[in-house]
Design a protein around this ligand. Structure first.
Ligand code: UDP
Length: 195
């Protein structure tokens, strides 16, 4: 796909509709796909963090999550079509998952927050299939158990809310162990959904 590269971080020239189409196709393939949502803050973080920059170059889709990167793309005459906020993409994917019964797993945020997000989503979306959730304050010893839970429940769509860059690093580190179809870092989204 056509990408705009800013300071070594690629961003796909996608609209919300196109991004949703791409993720729906990812869900049909039996391998993990990683989605990131670079904004100006993330591009800046990657300047002092080679590991993060490399990970952002190995994801399957990077959506333009901020007006800063849209503005920059105009200056470079490589226009990104529109802002695709990570939170908005998550809500679009939840709508589709509810209709098509894709299995969702929520990983991240504080225990009461992720539980609150789970309960709010369950009451708001008929047919939503949230197969599991776990808070984001676990130690490395717990990781195997969490990954087993994600895999045993046949998760399609894994939302990881550990904040950037932790969420992308966690997904990337565990990419060969995770059997989900799509993993996407969603920052503080669970806090918003929990209200
Ligand atoms: N978080 C977590 N584990 C951690 C650190 C952070 O689960 O070790 C959660 C935190 O509770 C919050 C989210 O990650 O829900 C980070 O949100 P923030 O808005 O800081 O992230 P950003 O959107 O800026 O990436």
């Amino acid at each position: 796909a056509d990408r705009f590269v800013i300071f070594g971080v690629p961003i796909d020239k996608v609209t919300m509709k196109k991004a949703v189409d791409i993720v729906e196709n990812f869900l049909l393939e039996d391998r993990l796909h990683i989605v990131a949502t670079p904004n100006a803050e993330i591009v800046m973080m990657a300047q002092n963090d080679d590991e993060y920059k490399e990970i952002l170059n190995k994801t399957d889709l990077n959506v333009p999550d901020g007006s800063g990167v849209i503005f920059a793309s105009k200056i470079y005459k490589e226009e990104l079509p529109e802002r695709v906020a990570g939170f908005d993409l998550m809500m679009e994917l939840i709508k589709i998952a509810s209709l098509k019964h894709y299995k969702i797993y929520l990983l991240g945020a504080k225990a009461d927050v992720v539980k609150g997000a789970y309960l709010n989503l369950k009451s708001r979306y008929q047919g939503i299939d949230i197969v599991g959730f776990h808070d984001g304050y676990f130690s490395e010893i717990d990781e195997e158990e969490i990954i087993n839970d994600i895999n045993e429940k046949k998760t399609d769509l894994l939302f990881v809310a550990l904040g950037a860059p932790k969420q992308e690093k966690w997904i990337y580190k565990n990419r060969n162990k995770l059997n989900a179809k799509v993993a996407i870092g969603v920052g503080g989204s669970f806090d918003v959904i929990a209200g």
